[in-house]
Design a protein around this ligand. Sequence first.
Ligand code: ADP
Ligand code: MG
Length: 521
Amino acid sequence: MVAEVTGGAAAKAAPAIELRGISKAFGPVQANKDINIKVNKGTIHGIIGENGAGKSTMMSILYGFYKADSGEILIDGKPTQITDSQAAISAGIGMVFQHFKLVENFTVLENVILGAEDSERLMPSLNRARKLLTELAAEYELNVDPDALIETLSVGHQQRVEILKALYREANILILDEPTGVLTPAEADHLFRILRGLKEQGKTIILITHKLREIMDVTDEVSVMRRGEMVATVNTAETSPTELAELMVGRKVLLEVEKTPAKPGEVVLSARGLKVVDEFGVERLRSIDLDIRAGEILGVAGVAGNGQSALLEALAGMAAATGEVKMNGEPLDLTLKHSDAGTRRERGVSHVHEDRHRCGLILDFMAWENIAFGYHNAPEYNKNKLLMDNHAILEDAKGKFERFDVRPPNPMLTAESFSGGNQQKIVLAREIERNPDLLLVGQPTRGVDIGAIEFIHKQLIALRDQGKAILLVSVELDEILSLSDRIVVMFDGRIMGERDPETTNAQDLGLMMAGMTGDVA
Ligand code: ADP
Ligand code: MG
């Protein structure tokens, strides 16, 4: 329900949205602290901040998912109570969700009118709805077929359906929370064109992203959040990625990765015709050939879900595969029975799993126990042969925590009590200090704050410079471009081509990521 508390004449220049003194706590966590922000009408307003800064909480309050502990919301200058999402919709606010909010086996048209059909204001027949949808799609260049089933659409198109859904509900203010995580660069560009078009039509857009480049490209103003507080709002034209990064973490950060050219040596791992078929009989990896040399980082780019996980798990001994893989010239047994992850470790393969919660850590075990996870048979942990030497593991953990700057430096805490970045440092310390010949690493900085990203990148470069081979899988193109010595792009279980990071760019890689071009047919 929208209750207009006062009828004070809104000045023409009133912001589309104003939050005054919004606070929200979850138990001991102060997720939002006295937030003040004005979002001007007809602008694209970026919100950035590290993981856990409170961005999604603020947007959820604005959309009526959470109730603020204190503070007020003004829409067009009028104090407005947003008690639930229906109230948000009535106030003209639309939230663009990721595809999972759509009903897969319904058509675009059905999804768009779903939930809106009972609203009196929007009681059109299906034909009227179709006409309106077609008009909206044309007006905002959101071309999607109203009769297509959602499950047949690409993620980019599904996102357009979410936008249409909001527009159909007459939203004037659109909120997008990390919308490009699932898109190729070309799809992201298209989204930004749509957003600019919407802005020209007078819509107001709030774009939450952790990607500084997107902020610089598309926003008019940007607000920075840090630890629940709003620390600054600046004009995008008057700021820089460096300044924004500093505001986000509260200190200077190095955005560029510093590295010298690679000195690739012998082939450490070679794969020929590597295939993975999953439990449903679907080919996840369709005959991959690749070589990884000592002293180089081979980057694997691609939109999530194109076989990268199967590649990592096949090489790490976590998924059965066929084909031929040699490690230091000696064949690996690719059946799972004989060659589990432990055997791979003995052969010099370490693995930083892309899902550190599911596979990298046991969250309710203590950090020092996690340090030995997978390496409990290591001689230094088993000096007395009968029992594991917990003291030795704890001492080792303390050293690793110091060298990897894990905060707080207390291995007696459960893994769960560390932030994402520090959890990732624990996993990296464990895997890197095994001195592997090959490090497989998936999404090393996903959900990791900027300061820790910098540290993790340095560790990977240092490992490369010690002559180790690294296979880096990441959906962050910037990360792939800045760390890799060679880049391959995966699409639909295949390698589409290889590029030199010095001569390629996001667009070139993006075409291969979308399966549009490549070196192979
Ligand atoms: P962001 O979107 O900037 O990453 P969030 O708004 O999701 O940040 O989270 C801010 C803080 O609030 C984090 O510490 C997070 O763990 C906490 N938090 C968010 N939602 C909840 C919830 N429903 N219950 C408990 N804590 C939460
Ligand atoms: Mg969030």
